[in-house]
Every structure is written in structure tokens, then in C-alpha cells.
Design a protein around this ligand. Structure first.
Ligand SMILES: Cc1cc2nc3c(=O)[nH]c(=O)nc-3n(C[C@H](O)[C@H](O)[C@H](O)COP(=O)(O)OP(=O)(O)OC[C@H]3O[C@@H](n4cnc5c(N)ncnc54)[C@H](O)[C@@H]3O)c2cc1C
Length: 432
């Protein structure tokens, strides 16, 4: 395993921005091609921006249910009060004014794949948008656990916004001796290190309050820690020893939000002070009409992000499933969504110009995880298009093969500062 130098991977988002200097005009067609993008998160915002930058005469409409995007990235720091919500609220303003993207606030409710139209429910009624290419980046939806789960009582805060504020206020109401219980969904899920990061920042917050008898119980549906096992293992057993209890193989059997109680295959807990249920995940609802894999995500071609049988419908970001070597899955991260969006944008611009997609494709991901109020760790992974392998090492087809996995040696203050530099670079590459 080769380590990626921290400084090297900080440049990744910057390197992607440099590609912006290479516009690829789409011929001199008089009628502009129409691309509709659903979802203004890291995938959709980046795809819309880069199609406009590289595509020349292309009309791009970005559809999102909300007037701006609230980033999950850094949202665990909003929970603890380290950051205000405004720092993770990303405006669509530059996408409109600098890149000429039409932004429509509304909920995409139906795709007519034969007629090439998307129906959007808006405050003023339904609008039907014709498209030449449709890009979907709707993120995730949840698989409701058995029992009586109500996210307004036991929030997930795995889509940032009101859920973040709710969990923040529940955490703030905790007192010494009380327990914060959280679940880790079955893989694959959004941001593999994210739940463990949350356990750490919550524990750190409770320690700062001197609630030495408070506890964070992490009920993991997986058999082991899914990202940075050494780093988070140290965080649980050393940095936050006595405060965090990690429980693997805890499949959720039922939840009762009203009494904040949960039954899992490993533990039963009644009357937790805070119950942060992060349920199992699947592709965002608008993608559900497309062919889904067994885990509920949309399998795509990693050269174009097109869906089998729908060459002009593309799915990127957390909602898609990219063929990859066994045990080397492409992670569901904002950085990866940004990276996939550029590959998809390039493929669309080439298709509109009558060209074949590029086959020399690489994607990358990075996640920074605060461990305390002053330290952070990081994880990065790089993928190249080519042969992918089964568990025995035999070629099983073509897809994205992980060529690099790097992680911080230990959590420290430099990483904490670099986290903001990296986030600023990613936010600006997607939205500014
Ligand atoms: C706590 C936490 C920490 C994280 N930390 C990191 C990190 O350090 N690094 C990293 O790279 N990633 C991180 N992530 C993961 C990252 O947030 C996601 O992977 C990323 O947001 C995925 O982008 P997306 O475009 O697929 O979806 P999203 O960002 O969820 O965007 C989807 C958008 O689509 C809109 N939408 C959905 N359906 C519709 C519809 N039908 N009509 C209209 N609009 C619709 C939504 O309103 C939303 O704005 C973290 C996640 C969490 C929860």
C-alpha cells in the first residue's frame, strides 16, 4: 500500500480546477444542446459548472429542491458549535452569474426516458424540461428501519440542514451521566469515516463540558470499523477511552423513536438521552425508477456515468455504483462526486460533439475527520480506469481499480488546519 503525501493530495481539487483552462467547444450548432442536472450537491453543481465551462453552446439547467446546498462535509463541526451553519451553506449564485446556468428550485418527480423529459414540481406547479442529456446527482435516501422510526425525534443528520440543527440541540441538552447512542449503517453508505468521526467529535464535546460520566455508544451494523481502522481504533481506545463504546455486528432490528429505544443483534438500549439513527442507504428517490443493483444504487459505466439502456441518462455521486475491484470500492464522498462529475461532464461534451468517451480516466477522493476540537485525521484514495479484480485476483471486467490508499499517521493540529484548506478548495471548485 502506497501512502499519498498529505501535501500531494491537498492539490487534488486544485489540479482538477486546472482542467478548467481547457475548454472543449461543442461545434457550432445553432440550437444549443440541453442538459438538465438534478441535485445541486457536490456532484450536480460540479457537473453543471464543468459542462458550461467545457461545452460552449450548451444550455444547462440545475434543479434542486432547496435554494442553496447545505454541505454534509464539516457538518459534524456544526453539531458541536465549532462552526456556524453559514460556513457549510453553499450558494448557487456563482453558478448562475459566472457560468450562465439556469437554476430551478423544485423537486424532480418523474423521468420520461423515451420522451427525454424531466418533470419538476415547483411552487408554481409542474414544469416539464426537455433534455438531450440528463444528469442525476440526488445523493442518498434512507431504508427505514423496522419499528417506529421518526427522524424528527431521533435524527440522522446524514443530510445536512434542519436535521443537523435538531441533533445539535439534542446534544446541547445532554447532561453528565447520560448516553448518546448512534448507529453506523451497513456498507455501502455515504462517507465511510463519517460516523466514526461523529462519535469522536461528540465524545470530545462531552469531555469539554466535563461530563466525564457521559457515554457515546456506537452500534455498527458492520463487522469492523469501515475506514481508517487504525486511526479510529486509537481514537476510541486511547484519545476517547472510557467515553466511546464501540459495538460491531449490531444490525438494527427495530427502533422506537418516541422512547429513544433500539434493539440490535448485539445490544438493546432503552431511553437513550440522544438516539442518532443513521439508517441503511440507497440511491435518492428520483433514481429509483432506473435499474438498481442489489444494494439499491444505480450501476453506471465509469467512462460516461450513463445507465445501462439509457445512454443519455447519467448518475453520479452517492447515488451511483461504479464497478470496482473487490474490497476496493469507490467511496461515496463529496470529493469523489466532484471527481465523477468532471468525467461525466467531459463524456457529455464529447458525446454532443460526436466523439467517443475518453478511456484514460482517473478519479479520487479525500475525507478529513476531526477527532478532537483541535486535531484531525485524513484518508485519500485514487482510482484508475482499467481491469478490475475479484477477491482471488482474477480479472472480472473493466471499472475503477484503486491504485492508492493513504491515511494520516495520526490525528494532529496540522491536519485540522489542512481540513479547512481542502474543504475551501473543494467548495470553490464545485460552486465558485
Ligand atoms: C457527517 C459527514 C461528513 C462528511 N465528510 C466528508 C468529507 O470529509 N469528504 C468528502 O468528500 N465527503 C464527505 N461526506 C460525504 C459527502 O457529503 C457526500 O458524499 C456528498 O454530499 C455526495 O454528493 P451528491 O452530489 O451525490 O449528493 P448530495 O450532496 O446529497 O446532493 C444531493 C442534492 O440533490 C438534491 N435533490 C435530491 N433529490 C432531488 C430531487 N428529486 N429534485 C431536486 N433536488 C433533489 C438535494 O436537495 C441535494 O442538494 C460527508 C458526509 C457526512 C454525512
Amino acid at each position: 500500500m502506497q501512502n499519498v503525501n498529505r501535501r500531494q493530495f491537498l492539490k487534488l481539487a486544485g489540479a482538477a480546477s486546472a482542467l478548467a483552462a481547457l475548454p472543449r467547444a461543442v461545434g457550432a450548432a445553432t440550437t444549443p444542446a440541453r442538459v438538465v442536472v438534478v441535485g445541486g450537491g457536490f456532484g450536480g453543481a460540479t457537473a453543471a459548472k464543468y459542462i458550461r465551462m467545457w461545452g460552449g453552446n450548451v444550455q444547462v439547467t440545475l434543479v434542486d429542491s432547496n435554494p442553496s446546498h447545505i454541505s454534509c462535509i464539516l457538518s459534524n463541526l456544526v453539531l458541536t458549535g465549532a462552526l456556524p451553519m453559514s460556513k457549510i451553506t453553499l450558494s448557487f449564485g456563482s453558478l448562475k452569474s459566472k457560468f450562465g446556468i439556469s437554476v430551478l428550485q423544485g423537486r424532480a418527480v418523474a423521468i420520461d426516458g423515451g420522451g427525454n423529459t424531466l418533470t419538476v414540481s415547483t411552487a408554481g406547479g409542474n414544469q416539464v424540461l426537455p433534455y438531450d442529456h440528463l444528469v442525476l446527482s440526488p445523493g442518498i435516501d434512507f431504508v427505514a428501519p423496522e419499528g417506529a422510526w421518526n427522524p424528527n425525534l431521533t435524527p440522522h443528520a446524514w443530510q445536512a440542514g434542519p436535521q443537523t440543527t435538531l441533533l445539535q440541540s439534542q446534544l446541547a441538552s445532554m447532561r453528565n451521566g447520560e448516553i448518546f447512542v448512534m448507529t453506523v449503517p451497513k456498507s455501502p453508505y455515504r462517507c465511510p469515516p463519517g460516523p466514526y468521526e461523529r462519535a469522536c467529535v461528540v465524545a470530545d464535546y462531552l469531555k469539554t463540558k466535563r461530563y466525564t460520566n457521559a457515554k457515546v455508544i456506537v452500534l455498527d451494523a458492520n463487522a469492523s470499523i469501515q475506514a481508517e481502522p487504525v486511526g479510529f481504533g486509537n481514537a476510541f481506545n486511547s484519545t476517547h477511552a472510557g467515553m466511546i463504546e464501540y459495538v460491531p455486528n449490531a444490525t438494527v432490528l427495530s427502533v422506537d423513536s418516541a422512547s429513544r429505544s433500539i434493539v440490535t443483534t448485539a445490544q438493546i438500549i432503552s431511553n437513550a438521552r440522544v438516539l442518532n439513527i443513521i439508517p441503511n442507504q440507497k440511491a435518492g428517490a428520483i433514481a429509483a425508477a432506473l435499474p438498481l443493483n442489489a444494494q439499491g444504487f444505480v450501476a453506471v459505466n465509469p467512462l460516461t456515468y450513463a445507465v445501462a439502456g439509457y445512454p443519455n441518462i447519467h448518475v453520479i455521486g452517492d447515488a451511483c455504483a461504479v464497478p470496482a475491484s473487490d474490497n476496493k470500492a469507490v467511496p461515496k464522498s463529496g470529493h469523489m462526486a466532484n471527481s465523477e462529475a468532471k468525467v461525466c461532464a467531459d463524456a457529455i461534451v464529447r458525446a454532443l460533439a460526436g466523439e467517443a468517451p475518453d478511456t484514460n480516466v482517473a478519479t479520487n477522493s479525500a475525507c478529513y475527520s476531526p477527532i478532537t476540537a483541535k486535531t484531525a485525521s485524513w484518508l485519500s484514495a485514487n482510482f484508475n480506469y482499467g481491469d478490475i479484480y475479484d477477491a482471488a485476483g482474477n480479472v472480472k471486467g473493466k471499472g475503477m481499480h484503486r491504485v492508492d490508499l493513504g491515511e494520516a499517521d495520526r490525528a494532529n493540529g496540522d491536519n485540522y488546519e489542512d481540513m479547512f484548506t481542502w474543504a475551501k478548495s473543494l467548495f470553490s471548485d464545485s460552486y465558485a
